[in-house]
Ligand binder design. Structure first.
Ligand SMILES: [Zn+2]
Length: 122
């Protein structure tokens, strides 16, 4: 395993940053960023191959058709859930034109919670 990857961003070497400048005198270039693979965190991250978000998104934009062809989705997926609604007492403030003396007014509000359900019944 090499100890670095070159950034795969198609325009990485066109971004004008000091960190990309290489060469001397009149032979200077902007060079693709070299990403050190010096930690497990980096090696397991998508940023093991992209130096930043822009390079990642440039790559995805350029190759999206081939990327999705790796695992095509022709149907929607679904996750079984239970939706629970519960009433609870809340309050709001009414001003009635008098902003120095707001009135605390109770009311019954509804809280909606999405709960997961076990999905091992085949
Ligand atoms: Zn890059």
């Amino acid at each position: 395993m090499s100890d670095y990857n070159w950034c795969h961003g198609p325009h990485c070497h066109e971004q004008s940053t000091q960190s990309r400048v290489r060469g001397s005198g009149d032979n200077k270039v902007l060079r693709t960023i070299k990403i050190k693979q010096d930690s497990e965190y980096i090696r397991e991250s998508v940023f093991s191959h992209f130096c930043n978000q822009r390079c990642l998104m440039d790559f995805i934009r350029l190759h999206k058709d081939r990327i999705v062809a790796l695992a095509p989705r022709r149907e929607a997926q679904e996750t079984p859930i239970k939706v629970e609604k519960e009433k609870y007492e809340s309050h709001r403030y009414e001003y009635n034109g008098n902003y120095n003396n707001p009135q605390r007014v109770p009311y019954m509000a509804t809280r909606t919670t999405i709960k997961s359900v076990d999905n091992d019944n085949g």
